[in-house]
Design a protein around this ligand. Structure first.
Ligand code: THU
Length: 140
């Protein structure tokens, strides 16, 4: 699957964003190593704390269906009604930590303003020296 198609899936997922409080709509599309795509959107809550980011929605959907091997995620976010280009919406620290749980350092994070304008990072770049399962297992 090419990056443009993954970004288009993130754009489509953004349509379902439930963000009545921030007005900031985010979509994510997670590509598994087996070639499946799980999408997610941000889901806010009147109590403010319980909201979920688009990236974690996609990851939790995948894990809840038995998928744990991930290759890449595309993210597209921007304020409701804002004209394109969207801007570059990097995953928050909590989402990076959740990626750290399941993904290798070379996991690709595609932060997209449009299908043709995106920045590609690895998890290692955005969360260098992150704490993960290996720390617990190896006692490091
Ligand atoms: N948000 C995401 O869903 N993903 C990001 O990468 C950054 C922020 C959401 C959380 C909240 O619903 C809204 O965007 C504003 O922070």
């Amino acid at each position: 699957m090419d990056m443009m198609a993954l970004i288009a899936s993130a754009r489509q997922a953004r349509e379902a964003a439930y963000a009545p409080y921030s007005g900031f709509l985010v979509g994510a599309a997670l590509l598994t190593k087996s070639g499946k795509v799980y999408t997610g959107c941000n889901i806010e809550n009147a109590a403010m704390g319980p909201g979920n980011c688009a990236e974690r929605t996609a990851i939790f959907k995948a894990v809840s269906e038995g998928e744990k091997d991930f290759k890449a995620i595309a993210v597209m976010g921007g304020a409701r009604g804002r004209a394109e280009p969207m801007g570059f919406c990097c995953p928050c620290g909590v989402c990076l930590q959740v990626m750290m749980e399941f993904c290798e350092g070379d996991f690709q994070i595609i932060v997209a303003a449009s299908e043709n304008d995106y920045r590609a990072y690895t998890l290692e770049q955005l969360l260098p020296n992150g704490f993960g399962p290996k720390n617990l297992h190896d006692g490091a």
